[in-house]
Design a protein around this ligand. Structure first.
Ligand SMILES: Nc1nc2c(ncn2[C@@H]2O[C@H](COP(=O)(O)OP(=O)(O)OP(=O)(O)O)[C@@H](O)[C@H]2O)c(=O)[nH]1
Ligand SMILES: [Mg+2]
Length: 224
């Protein structure tokens, strides 16, 4: 039995207050770039991660596409600003525009396509050369996509890719955008491994990360 209507009304102040003793949560923003040969599933991984969707006949990307998504990890709210690049060779020269200043790169190959694995290696070599304008400490995750086809079509063995990733100090995952295997795990691991500091004081478009303090503060002023 209800003791009265008042007990059912939400207290608006209670909803706005953070839970008592909650650790201050910081919001941090990272630029992340997806690289890899055409048709390996970069856009499909991005679409699965951001919207939990999969399109069987995904159109090839022209130039690049931008998506963003925020995920929660302990103590941080992590917003990824994702540049999904076009894998077709004719767009290769545009890639530096997207990986320059990125905190992380997810380099994708298709486990059923050896050539795409070789291409992934060449992207990693290219990223590692970016020591002046780029970020020498860029975090790189190597992802073997389309693992749902592995039983019948695998040509890149897990052990070979694992060894290469270990030698190159990369994060490594086998994933499937189609059946939603390991997709969230890639981005979560990247979020957890990225440094939680601002590498530059000026927050321009090339900044690797940005931290915004979301902890309740009487000093925080309304913007604009
Ligand atoms: N079986 C299977 N097919 C996939 C998977 N991911 C993507 N595909 C298919 O592979 C094709 C290419 O996927 P995209 O996401 O467009 O590939 P992309 O790397 O973005 O290609 P570009 O934009 O040309 O660089 C599409 O037909 C997808 O449906 C997967 O995990 N499993
Ligand atoms: Mg694409």
């Amino acid at each position: 039995m209800n003791s009265g209507n008042d007990s059912k009304k939400p207290n608006p102040h209670a909803l706005l207050s953070p839970p008592q003793n909650a650790a201050p949560k910081k919001s941090i923003q990272y630029k992340l770039v997806l690289l890899g040969e055409s048709a390996v599933g970069k856009s499909s991984l991005a679409l699965r991660f951001v919207k939990n969707q999969f399109v069987e006949y995904q159109e090839s990307t022209i130039g690049a596409a931008f998506l963003s998504k925020t995920i929660e990890i302990p103590n941080y709210s992590v917003k990824f600003e994702i540049w999904d690049t076009a894998g077709q060779e004719r767009y290769h020269s545009l890639a530096p525009m997207y990986y320059r200043g990125a905190a992380a790169a997810v380099v994708v190959y298709d486990v059923t396509d050896q050539k795409s694995f070789e291409k992934a290696k060449s992207w990693i070599a290219e990223l590692r050369k970016q020591t002046t304008n780029g970020n020498p400490n860029i975090l790189i995750a190597l992802v073997g996509n389309k693992v749902d086809l592995a039983q019948t079509g695998r040509v890149v063995e897990t052990e070979v890719a694992t060894k290469y990733a270990a030698d190159e100090k990369l994060l490594f995952f086998e994933a499937s955008a189609k059946v939603n295997h390991n997709v969230e795990a890639i981005f979560k691991m990247v979020a957890e491994k990225l440094p939680k500091t601002t590498p530059k004081s000026t927050l321009d478009a090339d900044t690797h990360s940005r931290i915004v303090d979301l902890s309740p503060s009487p000093m925080r002023q309304k913007c604009c």
